[in-house]
Design a binder for this molecule. Structure first.
Ligand code: FMN
Length: 188
């Protein structure tokens, strides 16, 4: 297939999460697609947040944030939290919130999976911060657990694709990771 060089503003397929902070003195929830698990031990999560957002100010001020995984049925409220800013709209009542061990990291009761994170590093990028947080508490709905761990088919998370700006669910399994390629190893 011929390769065509395209513009560099390209996106990976993304998870959709809701980032919880306290900003301007009230709980605030923001939608984010730039989120990834990083570092094996201790477990950490990195999120890319534009420095103009209320969320960025809240994380810098409090040194903490939460990462919540909405299920597909929460798509409308999830989109709303990415359309309006806590700087001029009170988003504190969009969801029923709960707290864990950290101040400044409100979590969303309706989300089947929620994590409270202590900020360990804020990397200053030209337009955004890359916030890296250690997961110090994780909370999951009992009916989403298999052997005590979150089962993503049960969580039913959202994904985001760009540039078509479309929410999707996770789709069908095409193989087990760390297993399906085993027979390609030399000598196997
Ligand atoms: C699906 C979706 C994904 C988004 N992902 C991000 C993201 O990863 N980083 C970011 O800075 N803004 C992202 N945004 C934009 C913010 O959510 C949006 O600007 C929001 O209003 C900021 O809220 P705040 O000012 O209350 O923090 C996203 C918006 C949507 C709808």
């Amino acid at each position: 297939m011929e390769k065509i060089r395209i513009e560099t503003n390209v996106f990976l397929p993304m998870p959709v999460v809701l980032v919880g902070t306290v900003a301007g003195g009230r709980p605030n929830i923001m939608t984010a697609g730039w989120a990834s698990r990083v570092n094996a031990e201790p477990p950490m999560i990195a999120i890319g947040i534009n420095r103009a957002h209320a969320t960025a100010e809240g994380i810098v001020e409090n040194g903490s944030f939460s990462v919540n995984v909405p299920h597909a049925g929460m798509v409308e409220a999830t989109d709303y939290c990415g359309l309006v800013s806590g700087k001029n709209t009170d988003k504190s009542a969009v969801f029923d919130l709960f707290s864990g061990d950290l101040d400044g990291a409100p979590m969303i009761r309706a989300c089947p999976l929620a994590m409270e994170c202590r900020l360990v590093r804020a990397v200053d990028l030209p337009t955004d911060y890359l916030f890296i947080g250690e997961i110090v508490g994780a909370y999951a709905d009992a009916d989403c657990l298999v052997d005590g761990k979150p089962d993503m088919e049960r969580v039913n998370p959202l994904t985001l694709t760009m540039p078509d700006n479309t929410y999707r669910t996770i789709g069908v399994s095409v193989g087990k990771a760390w297993e399906i390629g085993t027979h390609l190893k030399k000598g196997a």
